[in-house]
Design a protein around this ligand. Structure first.
Ligand code: LLP
Length: 466
């Protein structure tokens, strides 16, 4: 469903108050495989199932709200990324971006499927190590890593540290020298490209906190600084250009600029750096309108771009890495809610309040993100009704799904679910209004288990020491 100008004049009940038109889907009971995880279906009685378990059984056993991760789907997507890059004849690594969602179970799945892991905080590093990820398969990011954090990472033997500032180069070099190691690093380069979904702007994104600017020469100075430090081993360059990107055009510009710096480094210092990391940011379908590309297609395109750019500069193709987060975990989970109230506002829309809200999905309020929603505890033949799904927080911006259709016979007690909430929902969840963050359930082959448990009031009170 998309918001668009009304094509043929208003029709009762489906015109948004802002004067835009939202078409109801042809079948409200359908669960579009574009946005639902792969094992989601409806059983003979119309109840939605995932991994062979009904959502009603999940709600009865674990309560709502809950994030439900389809483990087989997660593994399949992780494997697809790993294979796609491995298959291109280009030496490549896939670093899952843990900021999208990280837990010890996820770390195990990643390891078993052959992926590496990108972390960007000491907390994420702790979970990665606790989950058993070999440290050499971890890359650490961050624009303000403290001395203590860097010491901990070097001591743990983290495979790559992506350096982001002059101060950090000095700190890290000293730590490595003190610990008697040579720490492999990548330099994060700001390539002057900002990309989101279908659009990208080149030369427009210098004004931000991450990385060393190519255009202003600070990337070249960082290279000189790192090469001069015996404690640091410069492995390559890193670039990350944005989020929810649907095509490879912006990556092409980024790769062109990164490879140009590789060539300059070769010309000036006589070294060919062996690695380049193009970051994450590949988009997923949040609604049926979105059409993301398959990992294999993206892998082919990115590998080809890097190969071509390097050939043009007479460089050997470096080892390529990428850092998809959303594209792996995003589509693999939905959030299961129970409807608490249904409040029609005549001439406007119907507000459906669920037992969660902006504390379990801040993306709608923060980014005006679009989501879809479906009634999952039963099917219904009732007419579509225009709804806004809202939470139970004390704030009118507490919106989970801004505009959607649900059947007009929706009643308190029904279960509804919002698909494509695997990325940046649990990881950005808060305790606003002292909400208890929902559990994460992993479902596979007829079994469900809690991989992150629901918070309790004791958890909240444990931090509040009076
Ligand atoms: N690598 C780096 C260096 C990053 O900064 C990011 C995301 C990623 C990889 C993973 O990007 P992904 O493939 O997941 O798009 N909270 C926002 C997204 C912020 C992403 C920040 N960096 C959201 O909810 O959309």
């Amino acid at each position: 469903m998309s918001r668009s100008a009304h094509p043929a004049g208003p029709r009762h009940g489906d015109v948004l108050p802002e004067g835009h038109y939202l078409a109801p889907p042809s079948d409200l009971n359908a669960l579009d495989p574009k946005v639902w995880s792969r094992t989601v279906a409806r059983d003979a009685s119309g109840v939605a199932t995932v991994g062979g378990i009904t959502v009603t059984a999940l709600a009865a056993e674990f309560g709502t709200p809950a994030y439900v991760v389809d483990e087989a789907d997660f593994r399949a997507r992780a494997r697809a990324w790993h294979r796609a890059f491995g298959a291109e004849g280009v030496a490549a690594d896939v670093y899952y971006a843990g900021k999208a969602f990280l837990s010890k179970a996820v770390v195990r799945w990643l390891q078993e499927e052959g992926l590496s892991l990108d972390v960007c905080s000491p907390g994420e590093l702790a979970v990665a190590l606790a989950g058993g990820m070999p440290p050499e398969r971890i890359a650490l990011h961050g624009n303000n890593k403290s001395v203590a954090e860097l010491e901990q990472a070097v001591k743990a033997g983290v495979g790559h540290i992506v350096v982001d500032s002059t101060a950090e180069i000095g700190r890290l070099a000293e730590i490595a020298e003190r610990q008697g190691v040579r720490q492999p690093v990548l330099i994060r380069v700001t390539v002057g490209v900002e990309a989101h979904t279908h659009e990208f702007i080149a030369t427009a994104h210098e004004d931000q906190k991450f990385g060393f600017s190519l255009a202003q020469g600070s990337a070249a100075r960082a290279v000189r600084d790192v090469l001069a430090r015996p404690g640091l081993e410069l492995r390559g360059l890193h670039s990350h250009i944005g989020s929810q990107i649907f095509d490879t055009a912006a990556f092409e510009v980024a790769a062109h600029r990164v490879v140009a710096l590789l060539a300059e480094i070769r010309d000036e210092y006589g070294v060919e750096l062996p690695e380049i990391d193009l970051g994450g940011g590949l988009g997923i379908a949040y609604t049926s309108e979105d059409d993301p590309r398959e990992p294999a297609e993206i892998a082919t395109a990115l590998a080809e771009i890097v190969r071509r750019e390097c050939a043009a500069k007479r460089l050997a193709t470096p080892r390529l890495s990428v850092e998809p987060g959303r594209a792996i975990v995003g589509p693999t989970a939905f959030t299961l809610y129970q409807v608490g109230t249904v409040k029609p506002l005549p001439g406007l829309r119907t507000y459906v309040s669920v037992d969660g809200g902006m504390s379990d999905n801040i993306r709608t309020a923060l980014y005006d993100a679009d989501y879809s929603v479906a009634l999952v505890s039963r099917t219904s033949e009732a007419e579509p009704m225009l709804v806004r799904v809202v939470g139970k927080h004390c704030e009118s911006g507490d919106i989970v799904v801004r505009d959607a259709f649900l059947p007009a016979d929706l009643t308190p007690g029904d279960l509804i679910a919002v698909p494509a909430t695997g990325a940046y929902c649990r990881s950005m969840a808060s305790n606003y209004n002292h909400a208890l963050r929902p559990p994460v359930l992993a479902v596979a082959q007829g079994t469900a288990r809690v991989i992150v448990r629901r918070e309790t009031e004791e958890d909240l009170l444990r931090l509040d020491i009076g």
